[in-house]
Each structure stands twice: as C-alpha cells, then as structure tokens.
Design a protein around this ligand. Structure first.
Ligand code: C5P
Length: 421
C-alpha cells in the first residue's frame, strides 16, 4: 500500500520540465564579453526574459545596441540609467529571478564583494537577494591571486552563487592557462540545472551508457548504433537533481563535461563490467542504459589481419551480462534499473528480463533501424517489479530522464552499501 501511495505521489507531483525566468544579464569589461552576445541570444531563445546591464568598461568591448536587439529590452550602464523607468536599480533587483554575470572580471568581483555600487550592475546586485550564476574570466595570475580567492570566498559565503568555469585554454594575452570564460552553452546548462528540483541530494547513481566495442583486431570491431544519448540525458538530469553520478560509458561519447558527472570511458563489455564492479560499492543505485555487446570474438589479434590471412568463420563467445551479475549480487541492497531494447514483443520480454536479472524496474523500448538510436523516434515505458506496471510512456529521451529521476525519489535502497552475498 505504501508503495502504491508513493507511486501516486510520483505521478501527480511531477515537477515542471522547464522554468521560464526573468534574468538580468550582467556583462563585465573583458574580451569574453563578445561571447555574452551569444549567451543573451541563447537565453532569449530558451524563453527567458532578459535585461542586460553592462559595466562602463564592457562598452569598450561590445555595444549596447547588440544586447538591445538580441533581448528586445533597453540596456543599462551607469547608476542613473533607467532601463525599467525611475528607480530602476530597485525595480530590477526585485524583478529578477536570476542574475547571470558573464564575464565576471576581477574588478567587478571586487566591487560586488565589497559592496561598492559605482555602476548600475553593482548597484542592482547590492539590493538583490536571489541566486546568481557567475562566469569569471581573467588572466591566470589574476584568477589565482590571493585577492581574487578572498573576494570570491567572501561573496560565496554571503550569496547563493553558482560559479561556472573558468577553464584552461587560450587567454586574451595569447598565453594558455586557467581563466578562460565558460562557453555560453555551459552557462546555459548551469542555469538549467538550477531550475531542477533537488530531489536526489545525497544519492549516488552509477549509470552505464553507450555501445561497447569488441575488437577483432586493432582496426575492426563488433558494436551497435547506440550513441549513449539516453544515459547522457539521464546523467545530466540526475546530477541537476543533486545526485552524484558515476557515468561509465563506451568509446566516442562526444559531449562537453557536465558539472557533477564523473565520466569513465571503457571499450569492451569486459572493461565495462570491471569498471562497474570497481565502483558499484560507491553507489546506492545502478541504471544500466548501455547497449552492451552480447558477444565478442574468442580471439582478438594484436595486428591488423590481412585479407585472405584469416578464416572467415570467426569463433565468438558470450560476454558477461553486467546487469544480471550485479542483480544477483546486490538486489535488495541497491536499486537496480535496466533497459530492454527489443524489436518485437517488447513488453513481455522486458518483464522476463527484469525478473531474470533481479531488477527493481526496467525501461522497455522498441528499437529498429530507424527507431530508438541517436536522434531518431523514441518511445519507452517504465515497468516496475512486484507486478506494478506503470502506464507512463516517455516519448523522448528528456522525458524519460525526468520520469526516471522522479521514480528514484521513491525507490530508495534499504541499506546504502554492501552485498547480499
Ligand atoms: O538482455 P539484454 O541485453 O536485452 O538486457 C538489457 C539490459 O541488460 C540493459 O540494462 C543492459 O545495459 C544490460 N546488459 C548488461 N550486460 C550485457 C547485456 C546487457 O548489463 N552483457
């Protein structure tokens, strides 16, 4: 009964997928200000309402007209500017759901931290009490200086501040070092993360994703069309919800690192199994979204095999079933969720697999040449163990990630670590 009640709660209290916000985009005076034009455009395209406030020195790098056109709102600079009418600094501080400052220069950081309100942005910030996302950008020496450290620590103590970057890379001086502003997409990702409910704080989830590669020789492999998109979406959602995510993935997963996700690349099914076994004790939940190769060549040659040199009948053997092995060892002590990708009889095959592998839930999805992989059409259904099947269907990978994250709120392990054996 308790389980059913939890399930109903899960179904009816689902949080909104995205949140439209009122954002003040603060632009500091650094060369990275040119990237903030792209950021302004991305924010508007995501549906947010944006007012831009530039510092006087930012005007030397980009023009206010650019932001005016991109956001369709007036731009403020000096303390007496009135982009929102009289007493704009008060109105804007109350209006904003979020302040995003990119680039955050050393001088601007010092002003914000010390409470100096010499320009409109600093002035608004002094009266603002909500969350902020800042993207620092400066030369390495400045970023690492004790003054910058002290100002940042101070500001973090007093404000709900999310810091994105800076990264290692080419700096304005032409040198390479830490101090390069995060790319606009990464800042967007951070903003999106803030809108997700923190329902999974304290949880550690191990996710497998992507295809494995089984080598015949150094240049030939047995694999499948999986791009790892399901697991990547899931990892982002879980980490945005506050979970620590260990993502063990196959080769060639190409995406910028997501904050809070620990990536570990493997090649073959056996490598993946070894990695899962080595790290499962850290997690309370495992979600096996990987399209693991069921077979591998008995022998993998270390040199490229020439045509005619090999017998065309290549003996194969089976790979370990990672989810089944983990299920046998950890069911009851960890939450285990698998996937069942099938071309026919999807539902019955999924239930059978869930039982055989001792899973708490399974995601059944139809696959085919033009279905299930990469960006193609996608449909999945979550089935829960103990005879409870859920009619909830996900028609895309973001929706599935959201549903699974919601479900984890109610599927909690009885003990946080250890095995049944
Ligand atoms: O039996 P089947 O491969 O269809 O099962 C799919 C589920 O089992 C997925 O969760 C997949 O990640 C996992 N699996 C595995 N190791 C294998 C094969 C599948 O962990 N060798």
């Amino acid at each position: 009964m308790k389980f059913i009640a939890a399930l109903l709660q899960w179904k009816y209290r689902r949080p909104a997928l995205s949140k439209i916000m009122r954002i003040i985009l603060g632009v500091g005076g650094g060369i990275a200000a040119y990237k903030s034009c792209d950021l302004a455009s991305k924010l508007v395209q995501a549906g947010h309402e944006v007012f831009t406030v530039m510092t006087p020195s930012a005007l030397q790098f980009v023009g206010p007209l650019t932001f005016r056109a991109l956001t369709d709102n007036p731009v403020g600079v000096i303390s007496t500017d009135e982009p929102m009418g009289s007493l704009s600094h008060v109105k804007m501080a109350r209006w904003a759901d979020l302040i995003v400052i990119a680039p955050l220069t050393q001088n601007l950081l010092a002003r914000l931290s010390l409470g100096l309100s010499s320009d409109l942005l600093s002035l608004i910030f002094q009266g603002y009490t909500g969350p902020s996302v800042v993207a620092p950008a400066m030369e390495s020496e400045m970023w690492l200086s004790p003054q910058t450290r002290a100002r940042l620590t101070e500001l973090q103590k007093e404000r709900a501040l999310s810091i994105v970057g800076p990264h290692q890379g080419r700096l304005a001086s032409g040198q390479t070092g830490v101090g390069r502003m995060a790319e606009p997409q990464e800042i967007m990702n951070m903003i999106w993360s803030l809108t997700r409910p923190k329902t999974l704080q304290g949880r550690v989830v191990l996710v497998t994703t992507g295809a494995t590669w089984e080598h015949f020789d150094p240049v030939r492999i047995l694999t499948n069309p999986s791009t790892g998109a399901v697991g990547l979406n899931l990892a982002r959602e879980l980490s945005a919800r506050g979970a620590r995510v260990i993502l063990i993935h196959g080769p060639r997963i190409d995406e910028p690192p997501w904050p809070g996700v620990e990536y570990q690349e493997v090649v073959s099914a056996r490598d993946m199994f070894q990695a899962v076994e080595a790290r499962i004790h850290e997690a309370d939940t495992m979600i096996g979204a990987a399209a693991v190769s069921d077979f591998r060549p008995v022998e993998a040659f270390s040199e490229k095999q020439k045509k005619g040199q090999i017998d065309m009948l290549w003996p194969m053997t089976t790979n370990p079933d990672i989810m089944a092995e983990i299920g046998a060892k950890y069911h009851g002590s960890k939450i285990l969720i698998g996937f069942a990708a099938e071309t026919e009889k999807v539902f019955s095959a999924a239930i059978e697999k869930m039982r055989a592998k001792h899973l708490d839930a399974i995601v059944a999805n139809q696959v085919g040449r033009h279905q299930g992989f990469g960006d193609s059409e996608y449909e999945a259904q979550i089935i829960l163990s103990e005879g409870h099947s859920d009619n909830l269907r996900s028609s895309n990978k973001d929706e599935l990630a959201n549903h699974l994250a919601d479900l984890l709120k109610f599927l909690k392990p009885k003990i946080s670590s250890g095995t049944n054996s």
